[in-house]
Design a protein around this ligand. Sequence first.
Ligand code: HEM
Length: 425
Amino acid sequence: MSKHATTYVPKSAFAKWFESRLPIVGLIHSSFVAFPVPRNLNYWWTFGGVLFFMLVMQIITGVVLAMHYTPNANLAFDSVERIMRDVNYGWLLRYLHANGASMFFVAVYIHIFRNFYYGSYKAPREVLFILGIIIFLLMMATAFMGYVLPWGQMSFWGATVITNLFSAVPIIGDTIVSLLWGGYSVGNPTLNRFFSLHYLLPFMIFGVVILHVWALHVPGNNNPTGIEMKSGKDAVPFHPYMTVKDGFSLVLFLIFFAWWVFYMPNYLGHADNYIPANPSVTPSHIVPEWYFLPFYAILRAVPDKLGGVVAMVAAILIWALVPWLDTSKVRSAVYRPLYRQFFWVWFAVCILLGWLGSKPAEGGYVIAARIATIYYFAHFLIILPLLGLFERPQRMPGSIVESVLGRGAAAPVPAGATAAPQTQG
Ligand code: HEM
């Protein structure tokens, strides 16, 4: 994965024999032990590791849950109740998996906002960033289908509202909806295909994550200054510096996670989902999980159904253009006084959209959602391109080591640090 030659030296006769046939230990060593990372990475750079941990945890808890779950419209709800009451530690598995999905999104949103703040999407990391967007879309599809599986009222009606959106697609819309439903409404065939896809997609996410990390290891990490590494003095080896930092961050994150699981495991869910699905009773207020709310607000802000769907999808796809919409030569918001302010306004607009998504689509809420939606898109299409032309960046340090130790300070080269990439963005 790393483009740096491996410094791994197999010691035993078996290790030499094996390495000459499958050099996987050398690959792991160059990618996750000797790999040079900027010495100034802060804690916002630890969430990639947290995300990886959460992905593995979701897969493990999900596979075990699937051993006890029954994907049948008449049995699904009861099978989940059986997991909660009768299966050994079933309650723990289910709460870990359900709250784990939320924590996964907490971590991914932090990871994404970090990228926007420090300009990590800029060249040469565009492909890495776009792979991240693909992961995010797959995560959303997986989470949506997972929420349908307990077959409660919110599962059923959430599935009905969201699958119906596809009918807005011109010409093939109705065909797509029939394919998703496997019939003429949400029912047993829908539950079956959602279960199948909910099991499949995490493994696809895993595959894209491998590409994501590969694409990261070619240019190496960005860092808070946005200046590329120029010499070995700018770098420290991944192990032990980042393994310890990532590990510490993960422990704190798991404490936060455990607090939800053990003290308020149903807080992020919806009470209506403890009522079995009933096609003849519509809940008074259908709300998606919190992590979908900003996009749900955008969907409902547009008066036209197709327009709403297009805006909602575009709200994510537009990120893929950001490497080119952002015309600034400087990466990090640390040295961009105007972008820094606009970033926080945009962040606040995202939070506002999330709140509006949880409110009924009426009166002032809809008007506010329309204004916020317009601002959301203006941030990317107008503000980012113009800022690069008019903003006067602040003075930047000459190198990463200078930003850490001050000008002229002689930095020791940490043991194990190899010469870092010379590319300058
Ligand atoms: C399962 C989900 C994901 C996993 C496991 C993951 C994993 C990682 C890891 C391990 C890193 C390096 C450490 C770090 O920077 O935190 C990283 C960096 C990065 N990720 Fe992700 N990621 C995920 C989702 C995403 C998403 C959704 C995006 C963007 C929409 C994204 C964009 C990036 C970018 C641009 C970097 C480079 C950051 C830098 O070096 O400054 N990732 N990711």
